[in-house]
Design a binder for this molecule. Structure first.
Ligand code: MLT
Length: 411
């Protein structure tokens, strides 16, 4: 009989957001009259902006005409999009990133998960805790995680972020040097950020110890405060130690359209088992050409449109709308007497479950008493236990209503 990849059997029974969705659906079946407000998975609710819609309509027309039809595109993405990204997301911010260092994809989830393909199966991994579960689960699949214990995976280094350390992960001080360090800022799930000097500590650590930082900045568009870096490449030396992942999902509502990109600077080198330096840009290109045929022409045209002046204005408006929801949530929940974090430069609000409740207990109670669905913090890692995440991606009306119900419930 053929053998399967055992690592998949080590994974938790289901992916966090599938489990949350399953429980919400079970509740709805049992209580069909309940008007459940969903603030669990970070899926957007506003429709795509008009600039993207118009560009995608035109792209569909291009596909219907032999003179403008596009079949397989470049695996790395079309130059019209790579150039727009390099110019607007980097050069205009004074960051030196070339279009040839940008790889367009179907989103940051796939790229953060797939990037491990080009890294050693023996690499040691560090994650902030709580953490976006994709980083951990994909390393379990690759056999890098070790054994699942009550405190997490035995070969994964957990860097707790919690109220006690003001949500700043501490550098390892016990001599541990992780080969791969996953950082996501603005952070999912806590909605907190790092300042430039806080992020610089990690870049300096990676440079000093030869680690690679996998920097997920999917929520970059939500940054409104001055001292919060938009890109890790704002920090000197990051071109030699960091890959950056970006997404149009939360920026421009592309959760259903699918488009994102990964930056792999040409200065970034790893070593092979004989100690010879190898370019990660070259390896990632090789990986993508073999396993990926590029994001669709239509999505890429839509993504390029968000860099036009009207596209940028429309995106800003939508992101401001979600940030207003985050403010309503944050302030309302504080008024309700809860301890609340994040939600200033991010669409996520991180709440301490009241009265010593566990994350899942609070999930059940909020669903039953208020018909509000969120995500239990423990699903994001051991240090998430006792916390809870709500997203600002619902409508303003529903956000106000959720806050009203939570205040009324008097936790
Ligand atoms: C989340 O809710 O954490 C995100 O929506 C998940 C994702 O982006 O894949």
């Amino acid at each position: 009989m053929f053998k399967i990849n055992d690592n998949f059997c080590r994974l938790p029974e289901s992916y966090l957001f599938s489990e949350v969705a399953r429980r919400i659906n079970a509740f709805r079946e049992a209580h069909p009259e309940a008007d459940v407000i969903r603030m669990g998975i970070g899926d957007v609710t506003l429709p795509l902006c008009p600039a993207a819609i118009e560009a995608m309509h035109k792209a569909v027309d291009d596909e219907g005409n032999p003179a403008t039809f596009h079949g397989y595109g470049p695996e790395q993405g079309y130059p019209f999009l790579r150039d727009a990204i390099a110019l607007h997301d980097y050069k205009e911010r004074g960051i030196d990133i070339d279009a040839s260092e940008i790889f367009v994809s179907d989103g940051a989830k796939s790229d953060t998960g797939n990037f491990g393909d080009i890294l050693s199966a023996d690499a040691t991994v560090a994650v902030t805790d709580p953490v976006y579960p994709v980083y951990v689960d994909t390393n379990v699949m690759a056999g890098r995680a070790g054994e699942n214990t009550s405190g997490g995976w035995s070969r994964i280094v957990y860097l707790p972020v919690c109220a006690e350390n003001d949500f700043e992960p501490a550098l390892p001080t016990d001599g541990t040097v992780p080969d791969l360090i996953y950082l996501c800022y603005p952070n999912n799930p806590t909605g907190t950020t790092l300042t430039r000097s806080q992020l610089k500590k990690w870049v300096d650590f990676a440079l000093a110890h030869g680690s690679l930082i996998l920097f997920d900045s999917a929520y970059e568009t939500f940054i409104r405060e001055e001292d919060v870096p938009h890109s890790i490449y704002e920090i000197e030396g990051a071109r030699r130690c960091a890959v950056e992942f970006r997404s149009f999902s939360k920026t421009a509502g592309f959760t259903g359209v699918r488009c994102g990109y990964t930056v792999v600077p040409k200065d970034l080198k790893g070593v092979d088992s004989e100690g010879k330096e190898v370019s990660l840009n070259h390896l990632w290109n090789r990986r993508q050409c073999t396993k990926f045929n590029g994001a669709s022409y239509i999505s890429q045209r839509g993504a390029a449109a968000i860099f036009t002046p009207e596209g940028r204005r429309q995106v800003r408006q939508a992101v401001d709308y979600y940030l207003e929801n985050a403010r309503v949530l944050r302030e309302g929940l504080l008024e309700a007497g809860l301890q609340v974090f994040g939600g200033v430069n991010a669409p996520y609000v991180w709440i301490k479950a009241p009265a010593g409740m566990s994350s899942w207990e609070f999930f059940d109670m909020l669903l039953e008493k208020c018909n509000v669905a969120g995500t239990p913090g423990s699903g994001f890692g051991p240090a998430g236990e006792g916390y809870f995440r709500l997203t600002a991606f619902n409508t303003l009306e529903n956000t106000i209503e959720a806050v009203r119900r939570i205040k009324e419930a008097r936790f």
